[in-house]
Design a protein around this ligand. Sequence first.
Ligand SMILES: Cc1cc2nc3c(=O)[nH]c(=O)nc-3n(C[C@H](O)[C@H](O)[C@H](O)COP(=O)(O)OP(=O)(O)OC[C@H]3O[C@@H](n4cnc5c(N)ncnc54)[C@H](O)[C@@H]3O)c2cc1C
Length: 629
Amino acid sequence: MNSKINGVKENYDIVVVGAGHAGCEAALCAARLGLKTIMFTVSVDSIALMPCNPNIGGTSKGHLVREIDALGGEMGKNTDKAFIQSKMLNKSKGPAVHSLRAQADKKNYTQCMRDVLENTDNLTIKQAEVSELIVEDNIVKGVITSSGAEYYSTSVVLCTGVYLKAKCIYGDVVNYTGPNGLMAANHLSQSLIDNGIEIRRFKTGTPARVDKRTIDFSKMEEQKGDECITPFSFTNKAEDIERPQISCWLTYTSENTHNIIKNNIDRSPLYSGVIEGTGPRYCPSIEDKVMRFADKSRHQVFIEPEGEYTNEMYVGGMSTSLPEDVQYAMYRSVPGLENVNIVRNGYAIEYDCINPLQLKPTLELKNIAGLFCAGQINGSSGYEEAAAQGLVAGVNAVKYVKGESPIIINRSMGYIGVLIDDLVTKGTNEPYRMMTSRSEYRLMLRQDNADQRLTTLGYEIGLISEERYSKFLDKINTIKYHINRLQSTIIGANKEANDLLISYDSTPLVSGVYFSDLIKRPELSYGKLLLLDKKCDILSDDIIEQIDNFFKYEGYIEKQNRQIEQFKKLENKLIPEDIDYSSVGSLRLEAIQKLEKIRPISIGQASRISGVSPADISVLLIYLKTYNR
Ligand SMILES: Cc1cc2nc3c(=O)[nH]c(=O)nc-3n(C[C@H](O)[C@H](O)[C@H](O)COP(=O)(O)OP(=O)(O)OC[C@H]3O[C@@H](n4cnc5c(N)ncnc54)[C@H](O)[C@@H]3O)c2cc1C
C-alpha cells in the first residue's frame, strides 16, 4: 500500500470506479440487486457524459442498446427520455441491419441518468479520484482514494474510460486533463501495473463544436428524424415518448478542405508522433481519412445538435487534432461552414487501458479475484459498448459477492456476447467498436428481437420485474399464437384478396393459399395483408414486425439455428481450469503458448484463439476425453 491513509475507512459490497456509460450500468445493477454499492467519479457533474458524438445507437450499436434494455439495463430508457431525434437506419436493407439511432440532448442525458442513480437504493455516489487498489493474495479488497480514504469491498469494478493518465492534444497544445477539461486520473495506472496488469496506450479523437448561428444551412441537406418513433426501451410505447424532433444536416468536405489538410499534415500530432496511443481504424480522424483514402474527392460531414437548449453543433465526420489555425481554415472550407465560429476545438485524447486478454468471459481479471473491468478500459470504444460491458461486469460482481455462478453471454445470444468474446479471446490492438459484420449470427441477433433473446436471462438475474416479465411472456405467447394461426389460415382466391394483391403488384390467387405463404412473398408483408386477416385483433407494430420477420426469414433462421446448435456443442465442452497445456501431447508450441496465455474456458473459445488451429482443437478434444476419464 503506497498511498498515505487519512483514517477514513468505509465498507461496501461493491466499489465501482467510474460514472461513465459502463460505471452507471454496473453500479445500477449492483445496487438494484440489493448490494451496498459506491460509485466513484472525478466529477459528479460528468455522470454519463457524452464527450464525443451526441447520439446513441446506430448500426450494431443500436443492437447493443436494445440488448442492454432487454436485460434490464438503463441506457435504452435514458435515451428515450433525452432524445431530440430518432431514426431507424438501414430500413431499405434487411432487418439484420436495421439499427435505431437517437440524437440525444447531452445535458438532459446526463441529468436523467443522474436522477436515476441518485434515487437508487443501496447506491452512494462519491466524487473522488481512486488512486490505488487494495489487493491481498491476488484477491481484491477495495480501493484507496488520492485523499487517502480507504473503501473496503468484496468486489471492485473498474470503469475508468478515457481518464487514466489522460492527455488531450491538438496541434502543439497538450493538456493533461480528461475530456472537456475534466481532471485526469493519474495514479491508478501505476497500481494496476504493480498488481501485474498489462497496460497499453490508446487514443481516440473528437471534432470541433461550432456555433449554430454561424452556419449556413441553405447549403446543406436536412436530415429529419422518423415520423413514427421506435423507442429504444421495450418498456416504452412510441406514443408515450413522442416529441418534436430537431434535424441534423449533411454537407461534404471540399477539395480545398483536403488540400488544407495535406498542406499541414506535418503539423498534425498524429503524423508528427506527438500522439503515441493507437487510434480506431473504424472511427478515423479527418486527416486520416484524407491521407488514407486519397482517391475520395469528398467525405460526408454530419452537423448534429448537441442539445435542445444550446447553439453548439457537433461536426460529425471531422474529428481532428490539427492545430487551431488549421482547424479554422479546414472547417471554413466546408460548404455551409464558411463563416463558422468554433466553440470548442477538436482534439485527440490518449489514455491508459488494459489488454483484455487478461480477462475471463465474465470480465473478471484472471490474476485478481473479484476485480472486474468494463468499458473503454478494456480497449473498446463507444458509449454503447461500454454500457454493455458495465452491465455484465456489474452482474458478475454481484454473483461473485453472493458466491453464485457468473453469467456469460455467448456469441449466439447477442452482440454483447460477440463484443466480450472478441475482446477476451481475440484481443484488440486498437479501440474496438462494434459492427454487424463481427457477428456470424446476424439474422438471429436483430435489434427487434433482443427481448426474445435476453429478457428471460434478465429476469433470472433479477433485473427484470415480475410485472415486466409477465408482459413480455404475453407478447411472446401472442406472437406464437398468431404465427400458428396464420400457418393454418387459408386465404381464398376471392375479389377482396386479389384486389389487394394487385394493388401491391403481387400475382393474384387462382386457388386458396396459406396466409403464411402470402406473407413470404417479397413484395408483401403481414402489415400489408392485415385487411385480409379477419380473425386478427389490434396488434402492436412490434408484434406485426415479429410475425413478418418469422415468416420472411424462416429458412435462414432455421439454418442459423442449426449453426448455433453446433456452436453451443463446442461452447459447452468445458476445459478444466487447471489443465497444463504443455502436457497435451502433439499440441503445437504456438498453440500451447496461446492457450496458456488466454486459458479459454471451453473448446469453443479455444477454437477462436488466433494461432490455435483446427488440428490443435482435435488434439485437445482427444486429450480431454482421457483427461475426464
Ligand atoms: C475526445 C473523445 C473522443 C471520443 N470519440 C469517440 C468516437 O469517435 N467513437 C466512439 O465510439 N467513442 C468515442 N469516444 C469514447 C466514448 O466517450 C467512450 O467510449 C465512452 O464514454 C466510454 O465509456 P466508459 O464508461 O468506459 O468511460 P467514460 O465515459 O470515459 O467514463 C469514465 C468514468 O470514470 C471516472 N474515472 C476514471 N478514472 C477514475 C479514478 N481513478 N477515480 C475515480 N473516477 C474515475 C470518470 O470520472 C468517469 O466518470 C470518445 C471519447 C472522447 C473523450
